[in-house]
Design a protein around this ligand. Structure first.
Ligand SMILES: *[C@@H]1O[C@H](CO)[C@@H](O)[C@H](O)[C@H]1NC(C)=O
Ligand SMILES: [Zn+2]
Length: 198
């Protein structure tokens, strides 16, 4: 009985270790500009929305992926005038999770869903190619981390960006892939954002 308790303790300890190892890159580490404004919403978060960047193209090491994050932030923050990079998180071809706005911060990635979702961008163009196993595993770890810590609702709904507005995102190949992921919903709630009064 005692050895069982020890075994359980060891397993729990190892699981904790795995969580601590979430391959996570802070904003400081990718040299983010500060957000112009941070608006929060309360959780647990009911939706996970999957994107591709289309551009920039896939990145394969730390340096390239940091650069991709900087390019996306500049595009969103300066060219489009948003508060910050649009996504909550991005995943690079290096298998690491780059913090965008983070959890429970209103994003700019899917109109009508920005205050009730976590927007995860797989950096690259995934119309014809599938992101690597490493990238896909990183997305799953991030979602599991969120659910385990009650940041993401345990009954969350996972969808692709194209299910909320007219867009190719997250690319045909990746969109096909996510339909096999846990919690995927065939929900169709496509509204042209240009038709929504702001
Ligand atoms: C998830 O659970 C919450 C709280 O129990 C409930 O209000 C919500 O409708 C559920 N959502 C789905 C998609 O089942
Ligand atoms: Zn998108």
């Amino acid at each position: 009985m005692q050895s069982l308790a020890v075994l359980v303790a060891v397993i729990l300890f190892l699981m904790d270790g795995l969580r601590a190892c979430l391959p996570y890159v802070t904003r400081d580490a990718w040299d983010a500009h500060p957000p112009k404004l941070v608006e929060k919403f309360t959780g647990p978060i009911p939706y996970v929305i999957i994107h591709h960047s289309y551009q920039p193209a896939a990145c394969y090491d730390e340096k390239e992926c940091q650069k991709a994050m900087q390019i996306m932030q500049r595009m969103h923050q300066q060219d489009r005038g948003w508060n910050d990079i649009g996504y909550s998180f991005a995943v690079g071809g290096d298998g690491r999770i780059y913090q965008g706005r983070g959890f429970n911060v209103i994003g700019a990635h899917a109109p009508r869903y920005n205050d009730k979702s976590v927007g995860i961008c797989l950096i690259g163009d995934w119309r014809f190619d599938l992101p690597s196993k490493k990238m896909i595993n990183a997305v799953h770890s991030l979602i599991e981390y969120g659910v385990y810590n009650n940041i993401i609702a345990s009954n969350y709904t996972l969808i692709g960006h194209r299910q909320t507005r007219p867009t190719d995102c997250p690319g045909d190949r990746l969109y096909k892939e996510i339909q096999d992921w846990p919690h995927y919903s065939p929900l169709q709630d496509v509204v042209d954002p240009n038709s929504i009064p702001t």
